[in-house]
Design a protein around this ligand. Structure first.
Ligand SMILES: *[C@@H]1O[C@H](CO)[C@@H](O)[C@H](O)[C@H]1NC(C)=O
Ligand SMILES: *[C@@H]1O[C@H](CO)[C@@H](O)[C@H](O)[C@H]1NC(C)=O
Ligand SMILES: *[C@@H]1O[C@H](CO)[C@@H](O)[C@H](O)[C@H]1NC(C)=O
Length: 404
């Protein structure tokens, strides 16, 4: 196929100077910018009332079919309104494809438009770089009223702003996510995904607006980001393995969460989680593991929580294996091999450490060291740890005193 004639070096230079993106030396060689596929050239128009969904999909197809290096799906400055958009691969190039948003992409605020789990879905792509400094606005305030998950345990979730299924070697960096309808980002069945320098914001009372949800994926890194939402900052579902969360600031919201696990039959294990250098501000939980009672057997094991600051967090360290159901049958999720090291700051309630493990399987190998949590003024009662069925080893300074 001949090179798309809409892609010209003039467009590249205009793009380059408009964004002042050229590196030292002034003018970047066009081959460093790559081939730009600008949504404006495929029928997109800025404005709140123009539906750009088809234009975005056509632009993606052109970029995805490009064989050379650095194909660049490009959204310029301006507000672009988009409904359900599936960006599917495999793409033709052996090089990663760029998805660059300089402007604002705004969701159509109509739940009937979305049939899948994502507003923008990326699937079957190997090599993807999502970047550009722009904003991904889910328009949540206009649709949250349709979320009935508080009343209905089997509710249908509103779509994630970005849903990733079967993607590999993905970088997401330098974007702002605002008011997702559901999760801001949902990563599943994927490998080697790294997200950094993101700002994710939704109001404290917005429903199920997790910052980042990861399941059935291996090697995921989330770093240097600020996530302030109404639900979990980062949540790991079944089959999340080798996940690192580094230098993330959370709050408000529900904190960093493993689970809920054990809701579905035969769930995959969660193994290998490193959370380090994170700060939780005014969240309901700090670092939490939660599993449903009456679950099938699975495991949540090998976690390392290091250098975590809690600021007025309600449940700084919590394991709850009695989550979300009053079934008398115990959870069969085995929790083991967890290190909590250098956890400091303030707890908004008197029970700073709560470990409620399954009577079927004691939580084993929970190592605590250098715990320095203090009550904030709202914490009423004796400042304490409260545990059941937890096998705890503690060393170094420890306040409140560890569970026996
Ligand atoms: C997680 O990483 C470790 C070390 O690199 C590796 O041995 C293990 O296989 C990985 N886990 C999975 C499920 O791939
Ligand atoms: C946290 O950050 C500080 C300062 O950058 C660094 O010295 C420390 O090693 C980090 N902790 C971890 C567990 O990476
Ligand atoms: C500790 O947990 C038990 C239930 O597991 C509860 O009955 C008790 O009130 C808790 N203690 C405190 C101080 O919260």
């Amino acid at each position: 196929m001949a090179m798309d004639n809409r892609v010209t070096s003039i467009a590249i230079l205009v793009f380059c100077s408009a964004l002042a993106c050229c590196n030292a030396g002034g003018v970047a060689a066009p081959q460093n910018i790559g081939q730009i596929f600008n949504v404006l050239n495929y029928g997109a128009k800025p404005g709140k009332n123009f539906d750009c969904t088809q234009a975005f999909i056509l632009t993606w197809k052109a970029a995805c079919n490009f064989v050379g290096p650095r194909a660049r799906f490009f959204v310029p400055q301006g507000i672009f309104t988009v409904g359900e958009a599936v960006f599917q691969g495999p793409c033709k190039s052996q090089f990663p494809i760029y998805f660059q948003v300089a402007g604002t992409v705004q969701a159509m605020p109509d739940p009937s438009v979305y049939s899948g789990q994502g507003w923008m879905s990326f699937s079957h792509i190997n090599g993807l770089i999502i970047t550009g400094g722009g904003t991904i606005d889910g328009q949540g305030p206009l649709v949250w009223q349709y979320n009935d998950c508080k009343r209905n345990g089997n509710c249908v979730h509103l779509p994630a702003s970005m849903h990733f299924n079967d993607v590999q070697h993905v970088k997401i960096k330098g974007l702002t996510y605002l008011n997702a309808m559901g999760f801001h980002m949902h990563i599943t069945n994927s490998f080697m995904v790294s997200a950094h320098s993101l700002t994710i914001t939704a109001p404290e009372d917005s429903p199920n607006t997790d910052g980042m949800h990861v399941s059935k994926s291996n090697s995921v890194k989330i770093a240097r980001s600020t996530i302030r939402t109404g639900d979990d900052c980062v949540s790991l579902g079944q089959g999340a393995t080798n996940v690192t969360v580094n230098k993330v600031i959370c709050g408000p919201g529900h904190g960093i969460s493993v689970g809920s696990l054990g809701k579905y039959p035969k769930e995959a294990d969660v193994r290998g989680l490193i959370v380090k250098n994170c700060t939780l501000q005014g969240t309901d939980n700090g670092i939490r593991i939660k599993t449903y009672p009456a679950s099938d057997p699975s495991a949540a094991a090998g976690m390392f929580f290091n250098d975590i600051v809690m600021e007025n967090v309600k449940n700084p360290i919590i394991i709850n294996q009695f989550y979300g159901s009053s079934s008398p049958k115990p959870s069969q999720v085995r929790i083991s091999d967890i290190v909590y090291n250098n956890i400091r700051g303030t707890s908004a309630t008197a029970v700073a450490i709560s470990l409620k493990c399954s009577p079927a399987f004691t939580c084993t190998n929970l190592h605590f060291s250098n715990i320095n949590l203090r009550p904030s003024p709202t914490a009423k009662g004796v400042f304490t740890s409260n545990c059941s069925n937890a096998h705890v080893m503690a060393n170094g300074p420890h306040f409140p005193a560890p569970c026996k």
